[in-house]
Design a protein around this ligand. Structure first.
Ligand code: SF4
Length: 305
């Protein structure tokens, strides 16, 4: 969303018309870690991805990140002075019956924190969505703004941490506070997910507690992250009890969630398409294509599994 009409230095009010805003003024907002756990668990138990993402998008559980995301939204980048910034947590987005789950680190201060959609409006997203489009997972090769016509097919994007952190570095406490949102979202999409692509080592590490909460037995030692790293995990045998991590009480799996269908989930490592990584050639468009083509094959998208 661009332009001067209605532009403020404050975050977008829930339910005020921002494209794709899942929340309404009545959406409950967590104000601490216990609140995030409780609200995530409730939405998960209700089996409502829409309510879960709505609650994610108004969360205020991490004081440092709330202050940072709102300061960035108020000060803005010089080239975006005339734009309204989202300034709220960036919820999961994409296909509700995804076969490929793409797990990132956190929204960028002037990317997702500006546009309200993960990997949208920044250089990382330019490279990532171009690859996803080439591989048949994204409707168009660009992702510039909420409401731009972009659509994910067979894929869903989530972040380990939903608020833009200073210097792109969330603290351990912030990562753990946000983990219940991730675990609950995974629980709701797990019945269809076959492949999880982790963009960067932080996402790779965040995937383990997410998988554990869904009942997966984790390999020991844990496979190391690298570009092209793979780890196949057998799906939980029977009716896993999804748990909200970090002290949350165990809950029955949401309706229809019996763990990923088809027996296993493949974890795939991919270097993060950050500006630094793409400028230095550490990760190239061809390398991203290779990972996402592998993900599509393993997920049975566009051909044989
Ligand atoms: S990082 Fe996660 S838990 Fe912390 S305020 Fe943002 S959405 Fe809430």
């Amino acid at each position: 969303m661009t332009g001067l009409a209605g532009v403020t230095g404050r975050p977008v009010p829930p339910g005020s018309g921002w494209p794709g805003d899942p929340a309404t003024p009545a959406t409950p907002a967590a104000t601490d870690a216990a609140g995030a756990r409780a609200l995530a668990a409730e939405a998960m138990a209700a089996g409502s991805l829409g309510e879960l993402t709505a609650r994610q998008s108004v969360c205020r559980a991490c004081p440092r990140l709330v202050a940072w995301r709102e300061e960035v939204a108020a000060v803005k980048r010089a080239s975006a002075r005339t734009q309204q910034y989202w300034g709220r947590p960036v919820p999961g987005w994409g296909d509700e019956r995804a076969r490929v789950l793409i797990l990132g680190l956190a929204p960028a201060a002037h990317g997702g924190n500006r546009t309200g959609r993960i990997f949208t409006g920044d250089r990382s997203g330019d490279v990532l969505f171009a690859s996803l489009h080439r591989c048949g997972l994204a409707a168009i090769p660009t992702s510039t703004a909420a409401g731009d016509g972009q659509r994910l097919t067979g894929a869903r994007m989530v972040a380990a941490v939903r608020c833009a952190p200073p210097a792109n570095k969330p603290s351990v406490t912030e990562r753990d506070t946000c983990a219940p949102w991730l675990a609950a979202e995974f629980a709701l999409v797990a019945p269809t997910v076959k492949v999880i692509v982790c963009l960067g080592g932080f996402a790779w590490q965040a995937a383990w507690p997410m998988l554990q909460s869904a009942g997966f037995a984790l390999p020991r030692p844990r496979p190391k992250f690298g570009h092209g790293s793979e780890a196949a995990l057998a799906a939980p045998g029977t009716g896993p009890a999804f748990t909200v991590p970090l002290g949350g009480k165990a809950l029955d799996a949401p309706a229809g969630a019996g763990g990923p269908g088809g027996g296993q989930v493949l974890l795939l490592g991919c270097y993060h398409p950050s500006q630094q990584n793409t400028f230095t050639g550490r990760v190239t468009p061809a390398m991203l294509d290779e990972v996402f083509r592998r993900a599509c094959r393993a997920a049975g998208i566009g051909g044989a599994a």
